[in-house]
Design a protein around this ligand. Structure first.
Ligand code: GLC
Length: 579
């Protein structure tokens, strides 16, 4: 279907017919994306010819899906009442399910999908995300992130699939296809992000400087975008980092000459958050940005600034027409003119068992077994087990950033199940729970110790960055959970919940079995199905695993293409019960 969308000649005829009727104000309006709250009034949508609305951190559009749909329908009605009646695009960061809506199915973050390495499952997860995004009023998701993370210091490693360009390109293709729909099914617009070099900055700094050569960019970073473009990806988001000392948002050679012309990307190039205020609206539009994100607060100033730029000749009218053409093309391709309003019938699909069952399968296939001595795994149903740690019974802590809130949550949330709940379903004997490692259960056979990273998103997660809230090793508290049980001679199984490989060499030595669970999302009970042997391990490391802090003395962490890397476990490593 996406290929049909790409070559449908009738769409371009409609686009040209509409474009030539448009005034400059209407064109600049289409390039403007605002939030649905703050100081945006309904009448602004009409009087400023707004092209798109974004929902992200901030007040919710309502308390249930019907209210979300109704809020967006009111905005849509305004847009449709303009002279040309061009419908609005509603966009959201649904990056592992429709994660801004509590009650939606939440999938493992992309690093877990990379570990599973199952393109068919990625496509299914994306298709479910599309349904639950549409059910809450959206036709556009800012996903998938197709970065190649070079350094685990970066706070966004988990948003990407893998350090492998090849695996990332394969899963990108599946993700775009799943989100956008195929075989006649209409999905949502997908967005490959962030173009280009977001995960390859020196020392893993979010929005930092990427010093790769042009050849390295072409060889290691471009292929996932080529895969997305071949799949007809509707949008690509520019990145905050610099390349060649030029801000990517103002990098015409990369945004226009390479991406739009040489790679023939015909979709919408959308800016990242308020990039116009960081890099200047005229500069980013001249470089190739078509849709400017989150203009609210500066609506008048932004639109007047661009208008002045066009009148003065700083911005050629042809650049504006190219941007609007691309925006209209996607609105036609994704059926907005035919069906501008959300479908109420989809609301009953949010979080249904069939969706959760696919998410649970994804959790199972994402788990990576690094160690299993004395066959302590699989767990036996008649064992006396103590589950240790606050991460074992907290859906928020097992889901990472971009869950309910931008920075995630440390609470349970609607529809989710925890690892502990899953364990209790299988165990025949009472399961003890030691949430803070202080208990002393005398007669346990085995301790299941769940440790990891609390949720974070973007620069909040940078290790050593401006926030400096996170580290490469487990916290002392989490190290003590394991130490206290191992020193009593009790068998120990560690489950690591994290957004990236961490330095756990000592803990791996100390325990009997070690499982990497990444950020599983809402279906925590999927972990128990593998721990009890209902299913075998399938996951393989999507990143080289660091041995010591020495791995981070350079600009990057250990990566399989770096001959000097000396990982504890190589990319692609993972044990199974069978082996
Ligand atoms: C953020 C992120 C981007 C996200 C956008 C909208 O700054 O960089 O990934 O899609 O803003 O929330």
């Amino acid at each position: 279907m996406s290929s049909t969308r790409k070559t449908d000649p009738t769409i371009d005829v409609k686009v040209e017919a509409l474009l030539k009727q448009m005034t400059l104000d209407e064109k600049i309006g289409q390039m403007t994306q605002v939030r649905h709250f703050d100081d945006i009034r309904l009448e602004d949508v009409k009087s400023k010819f707004i092209g798109s609305v974004i929902h992200t951190q901030g007040p919710l559009p309502g308390s249930d899906a019907l209210e979300w749909q109704a809020k967006f329908a009111a905005f849509q009605q305004e847009a449709l009442s303009t002279r040309l009646g061009i419908p609005l695009l509603f966009g959201v960061d649904a990056v592992h399910g429709q994660n801004t809506f509590e009650g939606a199915t939440i999938f493992p973050h992309n690093i877990g999908l990379g570990a599973a390495g199952n393109a068919g499952l990625v496509e299914k997860a994306a298709a479910i995300t599309a349904i639950e995004a549409k059910a809450t009023g959206f036709q556009w998701v800012f996903s998938p992130c197709v970065a190649i993370p070079f350094n685990e210091k970066w706070g966004r490693v988990y948003e990407a699939f893998s350090e492998s360009t090849e695996l990332t390109a394969e899963l990108t293709r599946a993700s775009v296809k799943g989100h956008q729909g195929s075989d006649g099914k209409m999905g949502v617009m997908a967005t490959a992000k962030h173009f280009i070099g977001d995960g390859a900055t020196d020392f893993g700094v979010e929005g930092g400087h990427t010093s790769l050569s042009k050849e390295e960019v072409l060889e290691l970073l471009i292929p996932p975008y080529q895969a997305a473009i071949e799949e007809g990806v509707a949008a690509i988001m520019a990145s905050f980092n610099t390349l060649d000392q030029i801000s990517m948002h103002a990098h015409k050679a990369m945004l226009t000459d390479l991406l739009k012309e040489r790679l023939a990307f015909d979709g919408i190039l959308v800016s990242d958050w308020k990039a116009y205020s960081r890099f200047g609206e005229n500069d980013i539009i001249l470089a190739g940005i078509d849709m400017v994100m989150a203009v609210d607060g500066d609506l008048e100033m932004f639109q007047e600034g661009v208008k002045k730029g066009v009148k003065s000749g700083d911005i050629p009218l042809g650049r504006i027409d190219d941007a609007v053409r691309r925006i209209l093309r996607q609105k036609f391709r994704f059926g907005l003119f035919d069906q501008p309003y959300p479908d109420k019938e989809l609301i009953k699909m949010i979080g249904i068992p069939e969706h959760r069952s696919v998410a649970r399968q994804t959790v199972r296939e994402s788990l990576v077994l690094l160690k299993n001595e004395k066959q302590v795994l699989p767990l036996k149903k008649d064992q006396k087990i103590v589950v240790v740690g606050e991460f074992a019974d907290n859906a928020g802590l097992q889901s990472g950033g971009w869950t309910v809130n931008w920075q995630g949550t440390s609470e349970n949330y609607t529809g989710a199940t925890t690892l502990l709940e899953g364990i209790k379903k299988f165990a025949k004997k009472e399961v003890y729970y030691d949430p803070d490692g202080s208990a002393d259960f005398p007669d346990v056979d085995l301790a299941l110790i769940v440790v990891g990273e609390t949720p974070y998103a973007e620069f909040f997660g940078d290790i050593g960055g401006e926030m400096d809230l996170f580290q490469h090793t487990l916290t002392e508290t989490h190290q003590n959970y394991l130490r206290s049980y191992a020193e009593k001679g009790i068998q120990t199984v560690v489950v690591l919940i994290s957004g990236r490989p961490l330095l756990v060499t000592d803990q791996i030595k100390q325990c009997d079995a070690f499982v990497v669970a990444w950020l599983p999302g809402s279906e925590g009970d999927g972990l128990a199905e593998v721990l009890f042997g209902e299913y075998d391990f399938k996951g393989k490391l999507p990143h080289s695993w660091p041995k010591s802090i020495a791995a981070y003395t350079g600009k990057f962490g250990p990566n399989f293409w770096d001959p000097s890397a000396d990982p504890l476990y190589p990319f692609g490593y993972g044990l199974t019960y069978a082996t």
